[in-house]
Design a protein around this ligand. Structure first.
Ligand code: SAM
Ligand code: SF4
Length: 465
């Protein structure tokens, strides 16, 4: 009876637009996925809203990488349950969905811990979201976490130009998903599955569509983006496997696409062609996020990273050898099981040697189901805190020194958005820093040559030259 009522109400509202509120946790790949989910739902009559209270459908696109990230989702679900109850008292339905990596990792456990949730959809099946939402609206609890046999990208609608334009002049484009590396601390191979690479033609079509919608800068995404090896065309029209370097050259031919970036890379997959792209490809920005995690060979081995600290340092030298102005960025984990003061000191030494422009550092978080969680000699929380503080102090000094080193430089800036203060506009430097400019300097999407006059902690203040 209840279901029939819902369907009847649905029919009555069929001409109305429903509203979807999507909250994104975690990495850029989730930001991209959230946009594609919104695109899929737009084709089914859902309009995005920034106000959760107005939403007919609330989606939490979640991250499972560290315990804190996963727990945040459950506390948010408590708050949303109250909203759902308030709406139900007014006779209005609110459907709650959990998507992303927590959905994949925890499946029906989510419904047990948070019974207000109506649907759970993993990262590989979100192209089925419109159908799943329809079932949930009819009263069913739906869990879709199997790996789909079909290619989800073939089934996802492209956003229309108006939507692309509204999202701005920089865009993400996922080219690779999943991971086969099995670092012992990491859940990605379990939540995102094994590595897949999208074919060249599909990526080029999506990039062209973004550029038609006004995008000037594209960041290619993948959990291991430089392991991308998609099917491309060979001379004579047959197909063969391409590498990321080749793909970047192909994308650079798209008229109007001014800048390219890619993230996140693994040190073992930086091949010669990709390094050559940093030398030869003007559109490829001089910024590389290349996580090392630790500077201790003993810990790197226990992490199953399959490279040493010296391999990493030599790689950085090679990249800097072809592109002297490249800014290095990285990820670090402190307090991996068994990490001694000496191991930690090796990380500090590596950081001093590389001299990072940007970096992300984390306390080790034991993830259920990963080999790291089962290891002996877990490091005390207090020690992890101390090490993280020490490492972050060093990384912050390096970040500030890098920012200051831009003062007096001339550089191209892609104007991205209005500034926080009246009369200001914000651009992006080749090294990803915000550049604050007077709004008369140009329009959003323009690339203007500027001179940096002064710098804050991470942002630059500049004027046109
Ligand atoms: N594929 C990338 C690589 O190989 O370095 C990393 C992707 S991972 C999604 C992002 C970062 O989260 C990692 O580089 C690592 O520093 C951090 N991370 C992953 N698992 C973690 C854990 N269990 N505890 C703390 N940090 C973790
Ligand atoms: Fe996780 Fe990156 Fe290691 Fe893959 S390579 S397991 S994504 S840290």
């Amino acid at each position: 009876m209840e279901q029939t009522d819902t369907i009847a109400r649905d029919t009555a509202r069929a001409t109305e637009t429903r509203k979807v509120f999507v909250k994104t946790y975690g990495c850029q790949m989730n930001v991209y996925d959230s946009q594609r989910m919104s695109d899929a739902l737009a084709a089914d009559g859902y309009e995005p809203t920034q106000t959760i209270e107005d939403a007919d459908l609330v989606l939490l696109n979640t991250c499972h990488i560290r315990e804190k990230a996963a727990e945040k989702v459950y506390s948010e679900l408590g708050r949303i349950r109250d909203l759902k109850n308030e709406r139900a008292a007014e006779g209005r339905q609110m459907v709650i969905g959990v998507t992303g990596c927590v959905a994949q990792a925890e499946g029906d456990e989510i419904l047990r811990r948070a019974p207000a949730v109506d649907l759970v959809v993993g990262p590989q099946t979100y192209h089925r979201l419109p159908a799943v939402v329809r079932r949930a609206r009819a009263g069913e609890k739906v869990i879709e976490t199997d790996y789909a046999r079909e290619d989800k990208f073939d089934h996802l609608p492209q956003p229309d130009r108006k939507i692309v334009r509204a999202r701005g002049v920089t865009a993400f484009l996922t080219v690779q998903e999943g991971c086969d590396k099995f670092c012992t601390f990491c859940v990605v191979p379990y939540t995102r599955g094994s590595e897949i690479s999208r074919p060249v033609a599909q990526i080029v079509r999506e990039a062209e569509r973004l550029v038609e919608g006004g995008v000037r800068e594209i960041t290619l995404l993948g959990q291991n983006v430089n392991a991308w090896h998609g099917e491309g065309v060979a001379k004579g029209g047959s197909t063969r496997e391409w590498g990321l370097g080749e793909l970047l050259f192909r994308l650079a031919q798209i008229p109007g696409l001014a800048r390219l970036r890619y993230t996140t890379s693994h040190p073992r997959d930086m091949d010669d062609a990709l390094i050559a792209a940093h030398r030869d490809l003007e559109q490829l920005m001089p910024y590389l996020h290349l996580p090392v995690q630790s500077g201790s060979d003993r810990i790197l081995k226990a992490m199953n990273r399959k490279h040493t600290a010296d391999d990493y340092l030599r790689l950085v030298d090679r990249i800097r050898g072809v592109r002297g102005d490249i800014a290095m960025s990285g990820d670090f984990i402190v307090g991996f099981p068994g990490e001694t003061d000496e191991d930690f000191e090796a990380t500090m030494k590596l950081v001093r040697e590389v001299d990072y422009a940007q970096a992300f550092s984390f306390k080790y978080s034991a993830r259920p189901g990963t080999p790291g969680a089962e290891m002996k000699f877990h490091v005390e929380e207090r020690v992890k805190d101390e090490r993280l503080q020490e490492l972050q102090a060093l990384l912050t000094n390096q970040l500030e020194a890098f920012t200051q080193s831009r003062v007096g430089m001339e550089m191209d800036t892609l104007i991205e958005k209005p500034g926080r203060r009246d009369g200001q506009i914000v651009g992006r430097s080749p090294w990803l820093q915000p550049v604050i400019l007077d709004e008369t300097v140009g329009r959003i999407g323009d690339i203007v040559r500027v001179k940096v006059l002064s710098a804050g902690r991470n942002s630059l203040f500049a004027e046109p030259v």
